[in-house]
Design a binder for this molecule. Structure first.
Ligand code: ADP
Ligand code: MG
Length: 259
């Protein structure tokens, strides 16, 4: 090996050992541009470290988004507030800053079907992932099924511990399918463990007074609502279904073109 090659080979070996893949990939190119700019050594090293750090942060964010398991990834950029006037836009924008997660506060999104509740809940979760929070998205029915299965397999404590590690749990679509007694009790367990320790975002098509129909017992529903609503931000979406609005628009366009 030539004398000149040896430091490069050793450097690459060391960067690999130190798990610094971006520095490994970039160090030569950056050395050339820094040389042209006549940068000093600390500036070169600083720029190299910044690249590694930026890549590492991006990878961690991608991982958080993946493990959140959003159904469909939706962000606030694609949410049209003019189409859903009932939604409190300033409140949504404030929540996107995620201070509610630092304060262990909850968010309830209540309204008819198709009004963008799941979209907004996902957008909040996505914003949280981008800001470094651990997020997990569940359809309520799927979560209850998972909890019941875990209990049967004696894995319930393990699952509950996994859930406790998250900063934000999104429980989507409470209200479409009523839970069994055991299912409601397990959901209550998740909500009470989260109380003042984690944040919950819950979406529902039902007003509070109808939650008993889904959760069964009035006492348990009361206790669950008590915990959920102690420190809560409520977003109501009461307009017409977005899907319905869009198909009405499409129909109207078709009518005018055929007339
Ligand atoms: P909900 O959960 O309230 O039933 P969704 O969030 O599932 O409604 O919305 C249904 C569909 O309409 C989704 O594809 C969603 O992205 C879209 N949508 C709803 N409201 C809006 C809106 N205001 N702007 C853009 N897309 C919307
Ligand atoms: Mg929904």
């Amino acid at each position: 090996m030539s004398k000149q090659r040896k430091p490069a080979v050793l450097l690459e070996y060391n960067l690999k050992q130190l798990k610094l893949p971006t520095m490994l990939k970039e160090y030569q190119l950056l050395a050339k541009s820094c040389c042209q700019e006549k940068c000093d050594y600390p500036t070169y090293l600083l720029r190299l470290c910044e690249k590694e750090l930026a890549d590492r942060q991006r990878r961690a964010m991608d991982r958080r988004i993946k493990t959140a398991k959003f159904g469909l990834l939706k962000t606030i950029d694609s949410f049209d507030f003019t189409a859903q006037k009932s939604v409190n836009e300033p409140l949504v924008r404030e929540l996107l800053r995620c201070e509610f997660i630092d304060n262990n506060e909850n968010v309830l999104l209540i309204g008819n079907s198709g009004t963008g509740k799941t979209h907004l809940a996902t957008a909040l979760g996505f914003a949280a992932c981008c800001q470094g929070y651990k997020v997990r998205f569940f359809g309520c029915t799927a979560l209850v099924t998972q909890l019941l299965e875990a209990r049967e397999e004696k894995q319930l404590q393990r699952l509950l511990k996994q859930l406790e590690k998250q900063n934000l749990l999104i429980l989507d679509e409470l209200g479409y399918v009523p839970f069994s007694k055991a299912g409601s009790e397990l959901l209550f367990e998740v909500v009470s463990r989260a109380y003042e320790r984690q944040s919950l975002v819950v979406t529902s098509n039902l007003p509070f007074e109808s939650w008993t129909e889904v959760c069964g017992s009035e006492r348990l529903t009361g206790a669950m609502l008590d915990r959920l609503t102690h420190r809560v931000h409520i977003i109501e979406a009461n307009g017409a279904s977005y899907r319905l609005q869009q198909s009405r628009k499409r129909l109207a366009r078709r009518k005018t073109t055929t007339e």
